[in-house]
Structure formats: structure tokens, C-alpha cells
Design a protein around this ligand. Structure first.
Ligand code: ADP
Ligand code: MG
Length: 339
């Protein structure tokens, strides 16, 4: 009979890392979410070679105290919840306490951080889950993460990555969505030394849409604002004349979180039914604020999927909201579908 043994911590972290860190864009997502949770007002993301050789994320948020740094890298360590009941009124993007331990398990990580209360900052190095050093260093308030050589110790994972250009494309797409979901934060994204995105943080969603998608789209939007019992919907939807050939232009955020949802995608489709030709998809940027008791974010480690407790109502009201708004904007002639 084979011996049954408990895995050692580093092996456990590497396995867990597989669920959280699939590719460079997952690292960026986790670290930017942490920066947002740290109340940063300016976040810079820099990558080289699609994020495989280097990812640098700098924020001006609350920082981490020296004594807390090693704890932050333990698995299931978090400052955001204390018990499972906290999940129903969660306002932070993170809560599982898995990102830092997962990222550190599969890369070489350098952290420089300082809280406003401390005189000096700290520099922490951790590689493949093994702590290398912790020392004092002069630093501005806030946090910088450097993630080098992602998957250097998990060659199989590395093999599954696409070309640097494709991986950079995923990060770019993610950064655009995150910038759209938080107009009040200034985001800068630099790819191989080139600035690809820079938002002002002035709080105006339309400015960001213009910046990312250009004048044609920004000039053909309908503003959305509606409140219902338990949830509200804000943002912009595109007039049918700027319909797109694929779903990449449908962005929606639940409680500040960029997510994918077949329920919401279907509601958008239904809302636009009769206004658009077949195989066309709408342009949308919608922020949905939902009562925490109506949504469960704890479905998957990457938190991209949600479970709604009254999805049917959300679905119907969202679809009705869009079709009403489209009908109201008289400019729009109804499109008849020719097969
Ligand atoms: P989670 O976000 O689920 O709490 P993480 O592993 O992502 O777990 O981070 C662990 C903890 O490290 C966070 O709860 C937070 O206290 C701290 N932390 C991580 N990133 C930052 C940051 N950029 N600024 C301040 N604190 C941070
Ligand atoms: Mg986190």
C-alpha cells in the first residue's frame, strides 16, 4: 500500500497557484485588485515580454507594515474578512487571501512598501514560496510589486503561455476593463516601455470610453441610470449604429468587479433584440451595484464568476431597461432583419 502523507506547504502553494495564476494577466488582475482595495488613487502597471519576464505594479495606497509582510504571503491570510459571514457584505475585491502566496509560489517577487505611519519602508524578497530577505529601505507611501520570471519553476505552465504579444494583449484588455470599472482611479499601463493606457482618475466614465475606444463610439452612447429594489445600474450603452461584430465590447461590472456572466450577456442581447441585426453585439459599459446578499462572489478562486440569488429579476429588469432606453432615443429606426 502506498504511504499517505500531507503535502508540504510549498507544494500546496504551487498547486493552489494553478487556480489563481493562469497567466500574466491573472497576476496583474490580483495585484491591481489589491491596490484598489488598498484605496490607491493612482496605479501603474508595467510589463515586459507579455509579463513573463517582468510585471511591476505601483500604487499609492495604504502600504503594508513591516511586521505584516511575511504574513501577507501566507496562504489564506487576509486583512479583508474575518469570518464567513463577512462575505455577504463584502466591499473589497479580494477576500480569499490566496493571491500573494500563489504568485510568490511560481515567480520571483520583490515587494517595496511603506505605510504613511512608518518613517522607512520595507523591501521583501520571496522566490518560489521561499522567503529570501526583509530589510528597511527608503520608499514613498504605497506599494510596489515586482514579479519576475513567472512560472520559472513550473515549466509546464510556462509552456501553455501564448506569445508575448498575445499575453500583453490580455493584460491590455484587462487594464482597459479595470480602468472603466474605476473612473475615480488614475491608471497607467506601460508595455515594453510604451504607454498604452493612461486615465486621469477624474471620475468621468465617458472620458475613459473616449480614451479607449475613440470618438466614434463616444459620440454614439446612451447614458443609463436606474435604481431598483436591491440594485442599481449606471453607465453607457452604444446606439445600434455602433454595433460590433463580437462580444468584446460588452463590459459589465458588479460592485466594482469586472466579471463574466452568461446571465448578463443574455440580458443585454434580449434588451437589444429588434434593434440590431443578427450576429451583431452591443457596446456596453455598465456598472451594477447589487446588495451583497443577492450575489455570491465566492464561486471560483479567480472571482470572475458570480452566483446571483435572484438572477431572474436582475435579468428581466436589465433587459427591459435597455430596450426602453433604446426605444426612447427616437433617433433610432427599427432594424428589420433580412435573412
Ligand atoms: P486578499 O486580497 O484576498 O486579502 P492577497 O493574498 O491578495 O489576499 O493579499 C493579502 C493581504 O496583503 C491583503 O489582505 C492586504 O492586507 C495585503 N496587501 C496586498 N497587496 C497590497 C497592497 N497593494 N497594498 C496594501 N496591502 C496589500
Ligand atoms: Mg487580493
Amino acid at each position: 500500500m502506498p504511504q499517505i502523507e500531507v503535502l508540504d506547504e510549498q507544494t500546496i502553494d504551487k498547486i493552489a497557484a494553478g487556480e489563481v495564476v493562469e497567466r500574466p494577466s491573472s497576476v496583474v488582475k490580483e495585484l491591481v485588485e489589491n491596490a484598489i482595495d488598498a484605496k490607491a488613487t493612482a496605479i501603474t502597471v508595467e510589463i515586459k515580454e507579455g509579463g513573463t519576464s517582468l510585471i511591476r505594479i505601483t500604487d499609492n495606497g495604504c502600504g503594508i507594515e513591516a511586521a505584516q509582510i511575511p504574513i501577507a504571503f501566507y496562504r489564506h491570510s487576509t486583512s479583508k474578512i474575518r469570518k464567513v459571514e463577512d462575505l455577504v457584505r463584502i466591499s473589497s475585491l479580494g477576500f480569499r487571501g490566496e493571491a500573494l502566496s500563489s504568485i510568490a509560489a511560481v515567480a520571483q517577487v520583490e515587494l517595496i512598501t511603506k505605510t504613511p505611519e512608518q518613517f522607512t519602508g520595507s523591501r521583501y524578497l520571496i522566490e518560489g514560496g521561499k522567503e529570501v530577505s526583509l530589510a528597511e529601505i527608503g520608499a514613498p507611501n504605497g506599494t510596489t510589486f515586482l514579479v519576475k520570471n513567472l512560472f520559472y519553476n513550473t515549466p509546464v505552465r510556462r509552456k501553455f503561455l501564448k506569445s508575448a504579444q498575445t499575453e500583453a494583449g490580455y493584460v491590455n484588455d484587462l487594464m482597459e476593463r479595470i480602468a472603466l470599472s474605476h473612473p475615480e482611479i488614475s491608471f497607467k499601463f506601460i508595455n515594453n516601455g510604451q504607454i498604452r493606457l493612461h486615465t486621469s482618475g477624474n471620475g468621468k466614465l465617458k472620458d475613459i470610453i473616449y480614451h479607449i475606444y475613440g470618438r466614434d463610439i463616444a459620440a454614439n452612447l446612451l447614458e443609463i441610470h436606474a435604481e431598483y429594489e436591491g440594485f442599481s445600474v449606471d453607465g453607457f450603452i452604444g446606439k445600434p449604429i455602433i454595433a460590433r461584430g463580437n462580444r468584446n465590447f460588452e463590459s459589465y461590472f458588479i460592485n466594482g468587479r469586472y466579471i463574466k456572466s452568461t446571465l448578463i450577456a443574455k440580458a443585454l442581447e434580449d434588451g437589444y433584440r429588434g434593434f440590431m441585426m443578427q450576429h451583431k453585439y452591443p457596446f456596453t459599459v455598465l456598472t451594477i451595484s447589487l446588495d451583497g446578499t443577492l450575489v455570491d462572489v465566492n464561486v471560483h478562486p479567480n472571482k470572475m464568476e458570480l452566483r446571483f440569488s435572484n438572477g431572474e429579476i436582475l435579468y428581466q429588469q436589465l433587459a427591459a431597461l435597455l430596450s426602453t432606453r433604446l426605444r426612447e432615443s427616437e433617433l433610432i429606426p427599427k432594424v428589420t432583419v433580412h435573412e
